[in-house]
Design a protein around this ligand. Structure first.
Ligand code: UTP
Length: 300
């Protein structure tokens, strides 16, 4: 896709208030979005993709238990003064760079009622502009930042955009599945979204992932719709209602580019990916695994 420097999307909403039950006990006192991918928390990669795509304001939807996220995107004066005094400029840059990525707004989701409810909390901060949403526990590692790709698709098709990946047939029941017609390379016009269907209920294997470009009309739907599965207000349910009367497109990403850091096995895959990308850690996992296996053979 062609890089487009112009976009009128300047605000990103990143819900990070969820309870993170799939990651207990780790997620009890530490937000799961702060889980480390080598030396950076997962949420920093998302904020970087936003900043590298021209997003100026990042609106985090937080809860009382997520203070570490605000701390991470602020300056730590005592640490920074020490690093300056010691002449450790490289480390100072690492310490300060998260705070420099954007303007940050923190909105408290007073009751944890689902990711759709979390997005609704951003209503007054978003105002009347289109905006991008990216869940705090999913990341797409692509050459052109995924925020930029989503915003470019919005500029081109002038409709809300839902990010998607193709999943295996046996996995469709874990996702919101998108049905529609392909309109160009990687772009689908959505006709229906089915939440966690059985493989018999749909022929489609296109699954929605946690990133959307939306327009403010979504707030009216979120305000009036009923709770869905598990008594929670899901963003995908609101998008489904929106598309009954309005066009919505989906931008397909490669499944291997998408990293879901909110569940344990996918997190391990993410860690391996980022540790292999980092020249300081590349090859280490393989080396330690080989040693571990050798050790086991000797023990036998
Ligand atoms: P999930 O749908 O993965 O839910 O959230 P969760 O509650 O965090 O995780 P599990 O299922 O209990 O393990 C997707 C994103 O939306 C945020 C989460 O923090 C996550 O980044 N979220 C979810 C909210 O901000 N508020 C909510 O009420 C629910």
């Amino acid at each position: 896709m062609k890089l487009n420097n112009f976009s009128n999307i300047k605000k990103a909403v990143i819900p990070v208030a969820g309870l993170g039950t799939r990651f207990l006990p780790f997620s009890k006192a530490v937000p799961k979005e702060m889980i480390n991918l080598v030396n950076k928390p997962a949420i920093e990669y998302i904020a970087e993709s936003a900043a590298n795509s021209g997003i100026e304001d990042i609106i985090f939807i937080v809860s009382n238990y997520k203070k570490a996220i605000e701390d991470h995107f602020s300056y730590h004066y005592e640490l920074d003064e020490r690093l300056k005094a010691d002449g450790k400029e490289d480390l100072l840059k690492l310490s300060q760079s998260p705070a420099k990525l954007a303007n940050f707004v923190y909105i408290n989701q007073k009751e944890i009622k689902g990711n759709g409810h979390a997005v609704l909390c951003a209503k007054s901060a978003v105002g009347k502009e289109p905006f991008i949403v990216s869940f705090g526990d999913e990341y797409i590692d692509s050459e052109i930042p995924y925020f930029k790709q989503m915003m470019n698709a919005y500029e081109k098709f002038k409709t809300p955009i839902a990010a998607s990946i193709v999943v295996n047939k046996e996995d469709v029941s874990r996702y919101g599945i998108i049905e529609g017609q392909k309109v160009s390379d990687r772009v689908w016009k959505i006709t229906r979204m089915v939440e966690k269907p059985s493989p018999e209920e749909t022929d489609s294997r296109l699954a929605a992932t946690g990133c959307y470009v939306l327009t403010p009309e979504i707030f009216e739907i979120l305000e009036t719709m009923d709770a869905g599965k598990g008594g929670e207000y899901w963003l995908s349910d609101a998008v489904n209602i929106y598309l009954e009367k309005n066009p919505v497109h989906s931008l397909e990403f490669r499944a291997e580019e998408r990293f879901d850091t909110g569940n344990i096995s996918e997190y391990i895959r993410s860690f391996v990916h980022f540790s292999e990308k980092d020249p300081n850690t590349k090859g280490l996992i393989e080396k330690y695994l080989a040693e571990e296996h050798k050790e086991k053979k000797i023990n036998l």
